[in-house]
Design a protein around this ligand. Structure first.
Ligand code: BJW
Length: 221
């Protein structure tokens, strides 16, 4: 298969019952992102931030991969496919996907702010528990907040530069650097396709509108 980069966002997991961020019923309509998704918010009130992510970790455990995760999991095993996700859930992995690039981190992992150690997060994290490596209490979910640098950027940018096709799935294209991937891919000569419930308005060559559980399996087939 020619090189393909696939970028997914919250819309991929919406039909599994995990909320998106900016839709009418999205998480950012109920929570203040400055309080729960920035390092400054975490410094102000770590317990509030842990509560927010503990609840989402519990929702993730209840959720099941949908037909779109399963279709992408099949594709992830083909040579030349780079599957990048902004999602912090593990539904692609639970559908059998291999090598998922989690650019915004993972709910199922914990990170020590102090020494940089990473480990599997317990179901419930709290601000009192010590880091298993350095014993400080600077532990946090291993997710990327506003103002932090997303993970694996070198690898993603290299894959985008080499891609023949870039496919964006279920993301509003409002958060950088992911929002700029379509332009990077175009500059490298890739064709670009968006699969979304409603077109984001990004500079794609083609758009297929519909729920992920329909448009993703149709495209993969
Ligand atoms: C369906 C569907 C269905 C619904 N089927 N589809 C000014 C200009 C440019 C940049 C900046 C700026 N000011 C600040 C910045 C930088 C900032 C940024 O982009 N801000 C913007 C808001 C302007 N970005 C950062 O700070 C990032 N870091 C950074 O830029 O570092 C500098 C740097 C980068 C690279 C190299 C070197 C230096 C970090 C961003 C971190 C984002 N973190 C979050 C939280 C993660 C943890 C958590 O989950 O809590 O990531 S915010 C949140 O938004 C989350 C998501 O991954 C991300 C994207 O959201 P997504 O997935 O697009 O969801 P929605 O809700 O927006 O859209 C849902 C979509 O689904 C819609 O399109 C629907 O249509 C669709 N949908 N149902 C198919 N059934």
């Amino acid at each position: 298969m020619n090189p393909v980069v696939i970028l997914s966002g919250a819309g991929l997991s919406a039909e599994s019952g995990l909320g998106t961020f900016r839709d009418v019923d999205g998480l950012w309509t109920r929570f203040d992102l400055a309080e729960v998704a920035t390092p400054e918010g975490f410094a102000r009130d770590p317990a509030l931030v842990h509560d927010f992510y503990n609840a989402r970790r519990a929702n993730m455990a209840q959720a099941r991969p949908n037909a779109a995760h399963v279709a992408l999991a099949r594709l992830s095993k083909m040579p030349g496919v780079t599957l990048v996700t902004q999602n912090v859930d593990n539904l692609l992995e639970r559908a059998g996907a291999q090598g998922v690039v989690h650019m915004h981190g993972q709910l199922s992992r914990a990170l020590c702010h102090s020494c940089g150690a990473r480990w599997d997060a317990p179901a419930v994290m709290d601000s009192e528990a010590p880091c298993p490596a350095c014993r400080t209490t600077a532990i946090r979910p291993d997710v990327v907040w506003f103002g932090e640098i997303p993970y694996h950027m070198d690898r993603i940018e290299k894959a985008l530069a080499q891609a023949d096709l870039f496919v964006s799935i279920g993301t509003s294209g409002t958060v950088y650097p992911a929002a700029g991937f379509v332009d990077l891919a175009r500059r490298g000569g890739a064709r670009t396709l968006e699969l979304n419930l409603v077109a984001s308005g990004g500079a794609f060559d083609a758009v297929r509108e519909g729920p992920a559980t329909k448009v993703v399996p149709d495209w993969v087939a």
